[in-house]
Every structure is written in structure tokens, then in C-alpha cells.
Design a protein around this ligand. Structure first.
Ligand code: 4AD
Ligand code: MG
Length: 463
């Protein structure tokens, strides 16, 4: 068939030929002259295609007059230049076929605008709305650009396991994976014996693919992993999910400066690609979600990211005169409110914070000469806060062993990780970017639940 997408059909160059489009009705209105105007969207772009169905469609006219929002139709006809503004073409229908009706009494996405909160109850339908459709196209763009960027920069895409025995971040926020009936065992008293579990030991859903990615970096050189990660953190915030997607590059012979440079070039590339390839969607976000988003992105791409050490940041926060909910002093972890103050009010753009106290960061970060801080870097952005976390890794066996002991980690469980330091150890570094936080920043969407198809948050696994 000579099917084209709505995106293709909307372009002026398609005018004058016979085509078929397929999609879902957004609205229909009838003119006195016996024409029906049907707005059709097929998800290929934000805009709809206007279908003009003339009265002569006798066989079908009854069906056309019954079309309502949500119906699925196939339309054949002539693409003609459109007199209406905002669209280059419209389709003059010679045939309208209804594939699926949608009962207007029960179809939830009627003309009335729903809150994003309400739309979450219809996660299976909400991507038919303008905003969620645009979010998912931008999310796709970012995912594709992630692969392109690393491919172009000589990084191999590797797959790290979802089921793992190690807690990379050491935060104890892991979901357990087990075949044991824990409830029954607990009711029976006695200790739980993992010898009879599927893997003969406790296993969990991964919180990060980093440790495994490091093994690849120490063999293939430059790699990245990109997949779902899981955190059983019971935080109900607008930027935390129990299941989120993370891209984690890891590179041998990289130090902290190389790592920061990579992170900055990487983010700028993602932003530039969204502006270039998702123009219509970005204009929508700029207009409807966060005013000035496009100019903001452009200026972020142009200017170098600012850098600041954790120690300097603490000074700024102590002296700024702002009253925070959480008190801050050297050695405490930054809360969202502190991160947002620094990036929104102090810098007014992305900020790379470095050299955090070793006591608030995981065991694998490289200890600095001062023996108090580690070669860590977090990238903070306005509106979202932390978007990237990373570091240079500890490549010295003895120092790593000391840090593991200090954090009560069992060396035997990390024998393979320590082997990387025993056999041909190499300075290396990497970071993790939360895909959803990147989508939030680019689109201006305030709640992370609205930038992932089926959000997993405490108490929410409806779909
Ligand atoms: O800072 P995090 O915990 O770092 C790591 O996991 C490292 N192992 C990464 C590495 O160096 N390879 O997480 C990295 C990023 C955060 O900056 C944030 O963007 C995102 O992952 N993230 C979350 N996104 C959504 N919901 C959550 N609960 C998140 N936790 C972290
Ligand atoms: Mg972090």
C-alpha cells in the first residue's frame, strides 16, 4: 500500500498524491456543507493530520459521523495543500475504514484536559496524549543518541547482569531475588538457609552495572552498559524510581578530568540531538511545560560547565543565608535542596561537583592524597539536581582493601573485583547517567513518573 506516516503526510512535498494514513481519531467536527474534519494522530509526531471526508463518501458517511476520540481508522485519499494554518497538507478522503471503535462514554481521553497525576492511572493509554507522546519520542531520541555517541567515541556496548550478588553502591537498597518462601520460613522460626535457594546464595536485582562494566574496561578499554537498574529506596519524590534506566560508561586510562570531560561532551550531545531531531516536540515543551526551555538548552550547549569542589560548595551553602530543611556542614551528604540551590541560584546552569568526603561515597572511589576525599564527580542541573554520579576508581589493591574493610565489605565476595587490581591494574573511571533524569531535564517535566512508560514507585505496580 502507499501508506505514509502522519509526520510524512504533513509535509508540503507530499501534496498532490494518493496515500493511506493509519491512526487514532483525536477529534471530529462536521461542517454545514456536509464535510467532516477528522484530526488523526498516529504517534509519529506531535501534530495531527486533518482528514477532510466529503459527503460523497456515501457508503461510509454513517461511520464517519459516528467517529469519536480514540477510534482507530485507515484513510485513503488525496493529499492536498491545506488552507489552514499550522499544517502544510490535509488528506481528502476517498475511503475511511474503521478498525476499532472507542466508546465515548467510557474512553478516558476525552477533550477535557487531565492532570498528569490522573493520567498515571491510565498509563496504558496516556501515551496517546500530546505531552506523553512527546516525552516518549524525546526519550527514544536520547536512547538512540546514547548509543551513537559511545559508538562514535570508541566505546563498546556491553551487557551487565540484572541478577547479581553484590551491592555496588553499598546502600542496602537491593530487591531480593529468591525462590525461597521467605514468609513461610520466617513463620517457622529458625534462620533462612540460602544453600537451598536457586543460586545457593542471596541474590538481588542490580543497583548498577558498574562493577561488571569495570571488568570489561580492564579488557576492552572503553565500554558502556545501558539497562534497567533497581533501587528499593522508599523515597516518594519527584526524581526517584524503584526501576530506572542507567547508562554507565567505563574507560581504562581515564582519570577524573577525562571523566568530567566525557560527561560534559556526552550531555551536550544528547541535548543538541533533541533540539535538532525533536524540534516540534521541543517547541511544545518550551510553550506548555517550561517556558524558555529551548533557549536554556542552547545556552547550556554553548557554555562550558562550571566545576566546584564539595568543600567549596559547603562554604557557599554555609554562607548563602538560605534556610534549609537539612543542616549542612563538611562531611554531610548534600540533599536535593542544597543541590538545587547550588545549580539554580548560585550557578544558574549545570555544575560538576567533585572531591566528596570518602565517608559518604561508595568503596570503589579513588582515595585522594589528602586521604579525606575521593575522586568523585556529580553533575547537577537546574530543576532536577543530580543527573550523573561517577568517579575515578580505586586501582591500588591495598588502598581498596582498606576502604572495603572500613565499610565492612567482605573481601571474599569481591575476589573477582580485587583480581582486576591484582593482575595488570590500570587507572580507570566512569559514571552513571539516569535516563529518566536526563529526559526530565530536557523536557522540563517535573515528575519522574511521567517520563517512563510504567513507573515503579513504592506501592505502585498496577501495570
Ligand atoms: O549516583 P548513582 O547511585 O551512581 C551509581 O550507581 C554509579 N555506580 C554509577 C557509575 O559510576 N557507573 O546513580 C547514578 C545516576 C544518578 O545520578 C541518577 O541520575 C540516577 O542514576 N539515579 C536514579 N534515577 C531515578 N531513580 C533513582 N532511584 C535513582 N538513583 C540514581
Ligand atoms: Mg549519586
Amino acid at each position: 500500500s502507499n501508506w505514509i506516516s502522519v509526520q510524512q503526510a504533513r509535509r508540503a512535498e507530499s501534496a498532490g498524491s494518493e496515500h493511506e494514513i493509519r491512526g487514532w481519531v483525536r477529534t471530529r467536527r462536521d461542517s454545514k456543507g456536509g464535510f467532516s474534519f477528522i484530526e488523526v494522530n498516529d504517534g509519529s509526531c506531535m501534530g495531527n493530520l486533518q482528514v477532510v471526508a466529503p459527503a460523497e463518501l456515501a457508503n461510509y458517511s454513517d461511520e464517519v459521523q459516528r467517529l469519536t476520540a480514540g477510534c482507530c481508522i485507515v484513510v485513503r485519499g488525496q493529499l492536498q495543500e491545506s488552507p489552514a494554518k499550522g499544517q502544510a497538507t490535509e488528506l481528502h478522503a476517498s475511503e475511511v475504514r474503521v478498525l476499532g471503535w472507542a466508546d465515548p462514554e467510557t474512553y478516558p481521553l476525552q477533550k477535557k484536559r487531565h492532570s498528569f497525576e490522573k493520567l498515571r492511572e491510565w498509563a496504558h493509554l496516556r501515551t496517546r496524549t500530546n505531552t506523553l507522546g512527546a516525552v516518549m519520542r524525546v526519550r527514544n531520541r536520547i536512547s538512540q543518541s546514547i548509543h551513537q555517541f559511545y559508538d562514535e567515541n570508541g566505546f563498546f556496548y556491553v551487557n551487565t547482569p540484572v541478577i547479581t550478588a553484590s551491592d555496588c553502591e553499598g546502600a542496602g537498597e537491593m530487591f531480593r531475588v529468591t525462590t525461597l518462601d521467605l514468609e513461610r520460613l520466617a513463620a517457622a522460626g529458625g534462620p533462612v538457609n540460602y544453600d537451598h535457594d536457586f543460586f545457593d546464595k542471596p541474590t538481588f536485582l542490580t543497583v548498577s552495572g558498574q562493577l561488571e562494566a569495570e571488568t570489561f574496561a580492564c579488557s576492552l578499554g572503553r565500554v558502556y552498559t545501558f539497562g534497567p537498574t533497581f533501587r528499593a529506596e522508599n523515597s516518594n519524590t519527584s526524581r526517584h524510581l524503584a526501576e530506572f534506566w542507567m547508562v554507565e560508561p567505563e574507560a581504562a586510562f581515564f582519570d577524573l578530568a577525562d571523566n568530567m570531560d566525557l560527561a560534559e561532551r556526552f550531555l551536550k550531545r544528547l541535548f543538541a540531538d533533541c533540539l535538532e531531531h525533536c524540534q516540534e516536540d521541543m517547541e511544545f515543551f518550551d510553550l506548555r511545560i517550561e517556558k524558555g526551555k529551548i533557549d536554556q538548552m542552547k545556552s547550556v550547549i554553548e557554555k562550558p560547565f562550571q566545576h566546584m569542589s564539595y568543600t567549596e560548595a559547603i562554604k557557599v551553602l554555609e554562607q548563602c543565608g538560605e534556610s534549609f530543611d537539612y543542616p549542612i556542614s563538611w562531611g554531610t551528604d548534600l540533599q536535593a535542596e542544597h543541590e538545587r540551590y547550588l545549580t539554580e541560584k548560585h550557578v544558574g546552569g549545570p555544575l560538576i561537583l567533585t572531591d566528596y568526603p570518602s565517608t559518604i561515597k561508595p568503596f570503589y572511589m579513588r582515595l585522594s592524597d589528602d586521604e579525606k576525599t575521593v575522586a568523585a564527580m556529580d553533575v547537577l542541573v537546574p530543576g532536577v539536581g543530580e543527573i550523573i554520579g561517577g568517579s575515578q576508581r580505586e586501582e591500588r589493591l591495598d588502598v581498596l582493601q582498606k576502604r572495603m574493610a572500613a565499610q565492612d565489605l567482605n573481601e571474599e565476595e569481591y575476589w573477582w573485583y580485587l583480581d582486576l587490581r591484582r593482575f595488570g591494574t590500570v587507572p580507570h573511571a566512569g559514571f552513571g547517567l539516569g535516563l529518566e533524569r536526563a529526559v526530565q531535564y530536557v523536557t522540563g517535566m517535573t515528575n519522574i513518573r511521567d517520563v517512563i512508560p510504567f513507573p515503579r514507585t513504592p506501592g505502585n505496580a498496577e501495570f
